[in-house]
Structures are given as C-alpha cells and as structure tokens.
Write a protein that binds this ligand. Structure first.
Ligand SMILES: [Zn+2]
Ligand SMILES: [Zn+2]
Length: 352
C-alpha cells in the first residue's frame, strides 16, 4: 500500500517551503458534482498533486470538491491539466488565482474526505446541489438587478453584510448557513415567480443556495458567478457601474477589501460612520467588531471598559478569568446572545 499522505514533521515541511526559491501561485476552486467514491477520488488526486508539489487544503465529498492550494509557477499548467482530467465535470472549471499573495500560506498538501464541501444541514436524498441556478456575470447582474421583479439575496453572515452589500439586497438573518437555507425559502415563499439572485463572497455558498431554492419550487434562480470577489474584479475591468457598495469582508489580515468609498456601517461603540473590523485586544475576548479610531484609542482596542481592565491584569489573573468561559468564533452579531455580551451591558456609550 503506497503512502498517500505526508510523514514528515510540520516544522520541517514549513522550513522546506520557505527554502523554496521558485514563486508559487495561490489558486482556489470548487465544483458541485457527484463523486461516487470520494476516498478513491481523493487518493488519486493526492498522488497526482503530490508529484507537482501542490500544497494546500482540498475537501472532497459526494457533492463535489473545494480547494485552496498553492503550486510552483512552473507546475501550474500541469496542475491545471491534472485537475481538469480528474473528472469530466472538472474539465474547464474556473480557477481563482489570488493576486497579491506571496504563495506562502500552505506547506503541506491535505486532501480530506468530508460529508459535504459546504455544511448545509440538508439530509434530503433528493436534493442535488449540482442542479444550480443560472450564473450571472457582472454585466448580466447589473441588468437583472435593475428589473423590478428581481430580489437580491445576500447569503453571507450579518457582520459581512453590515460593511458592504449589493444595492437593495436583503439579508437572511441567521448566524449559520444551515439555518439560512430554510429561512430563505420561508421568507420568499410568496415570490416564487420573481427573479431571485443569490450571492456570497466567493460563490460556493450561493451556488448551493440557488440549487436549494430551485429544489423548493422557485423558478427563476440566479447566482453571481465567483461571488463578490469576481463581480468586483470584472466590473472594474469592464468599467461597469458598481452595484456593490462598501467593503467586501474577507478573513485575511485586512478584514475586508474596499469596493466603493461608501461607509455604510457604524462604530459599535459610539455609532459614528465606520466600517473597520477589529478583534478585541483582550486575549480573553477577541470579539470581532467594528470600532472607530477614536474609540480604539480610548479603549486601547478593546470592545469594552471591562475588557480593557482585564487586559491589564497580571497574566495569571487573566487566565483565571478566562477559565470556564465559552470559546469559539467571537463575532459581534445582533441576532444572537453573545456569551461575552454579559460583561458588556454598558456596551454602547450613551449620549449625554
Ligand atoms: Zn467609535
Ligand atoms: Zn472584549
């Protein structure tokens, strides 16, 4: 039995990657299509990509494939050919190539078999996520969005919508994609003949959502090809009017990419126009929230006076306070009782 995974230590792999002299391209891709034997598919892919020094994370499921990888530039074409050849459905799929990326995000190839590529909570065996809505390119989006019989639906989280979204887009107010799907169906149940356009950051969620709407009897379902990222890129390239306003939230160091100059959100502390996300500087909190420069200075980057106080305690005391507190992604969200909101009753500074 050949070894189909790495056996070298993480540290050494990382060092090897940094010792490489050849630049890497960072590429992301996904495709919903039926994979009969995900494990066998995964193993064959691992053998092919390992030879080409592909690093990164790829998920394989019965419903398809989703990957974020890096590949040495000279192997890019061989990688693309290998991916296209892995299944007929993959031939010609869109590859998103990151522009300002140093290619150093990955140092090992991990391909994992998962129940789903995007967790959706659906166990209806008749639901086929590969039967998706119609792709909209930037130009087509702009046209269809103008139609009075069109409803634009944002399939992201509240904190993403808050700093930027398509004009007139509605929000599905839930914290998780799995709750959003039935909620979207319910919210729009009397509008089955309208044009429904769904979108998300990179396209993978809204594509599945479009399939779910069709599955639930909606007739005219569309989704933005490549999500906001591709829309903004194409709209700028083709000098089209930008229908997306504000910032596109992304989980990298910038916590968002400005699309237009509009600032549509407010500082969570003082309410002033602001769309800068930050993580609370208190190690026992790390809440993701919006904070203006003034409030950041006043609270030293913390979300509350309590966090500011806690941050300055001796490390041992900080640890003691943290013990027993719930962990997890600490994201400011209006629709949910945040475990750390308890100590934030005085969360908004009331105007005098
Ligand atoms: Zn403020
Ligand atoms: Zn905090």
């Amino acid at each position: 039995m050949p070894v189909l995974h790495n056996r070298i230590s993480n540290e050494e792999l990382k060092q090897r990657m940094y010792a490489e002299t050849e630049p890497r391209k960072t590429v992301s891709f996904y495709k919903y299509f039926h994979i009969n034997e995900p494990q066998a598919f995964r193993d064959a892919l691992w053998v092919a990509f390992d030879k080409l020094k592909v690093f990164g994370r790829i998920y394989v499921a019965n419903e398809g494939i989703n990957g974020q990888i890096s590949v040495p530039e000279s192997n890019f074409e061989a990688f693309r050919d290998a991916l296209y050849a892995a299944a007929p459905e993959l031939n010609g799929i869109r590859l998103n190539i990151a522009v300002d990326d140093d290619g150093k995000s990955f140092w090992v190839l991990k391909i994992k078999v998962r129940p789903k590529i995007v967790a959706d909570g659906i166990d209806d065996p008749n639901f086929d996520p590969s039967k998706t809505g119609v792709y909209l390119k930037a130009k087509d989006y702009n046209e269809l969005a103008e139609n009075p019989d069109t409803i634009v639906v944002d399939m992201r989280n509240h904190y993403e919508y808050e700093v930027g979204h398509f004009e007139n887009a509605i929000e599905i107010p839930s914290d998780t994609f799995r709750d959003q799907l039935p909620m979207a169906v319910d919210m729009l149940k009397d509008q089955k003949d309208k044009n429904i356009i769904m979108y998300c950051t990179g396209g993978i969620r809204c594509e599945k959502a479009s399939a779910y709407m069709l599955h639930n009897g909606f007739k005219n379902v569309f989704h933005v090809e490549g999500g906001i990222i591709e829309y903004a890129r194409k709209a700028k390239e083709q000098n089209l009017p930008l229908k997306f306003i504000g910032k596109n939230f992304v989980f990298d160091d910038r916590l968002g990419e400005r699309i237009t100059e509009d600032i549509i959100a407010q500082c969570h502390i003082c309410g002033k126009p602001c769309d800068t996300h930050t993580n609370c500087k208190n190690d026992g909190c790390h809440l993701l929230f919006i904070q203006c420069g003034e409030c950041a200075e006043k609270l030293e980057g913390c979300c509350s006076a309590d966090c500011q106080t806690e941050m300055h305690l001796p490390v041992e005391e900080q640890r003691a306070k943290r013990a027993g507190r719930e962990n997890g992604p600490m994201i400011f969200n209006k629709s949910k009782d945040h475990p750390l909101r308890k100590h934030r009753n005085d969360w908004k500074i009331k105007p005098d």
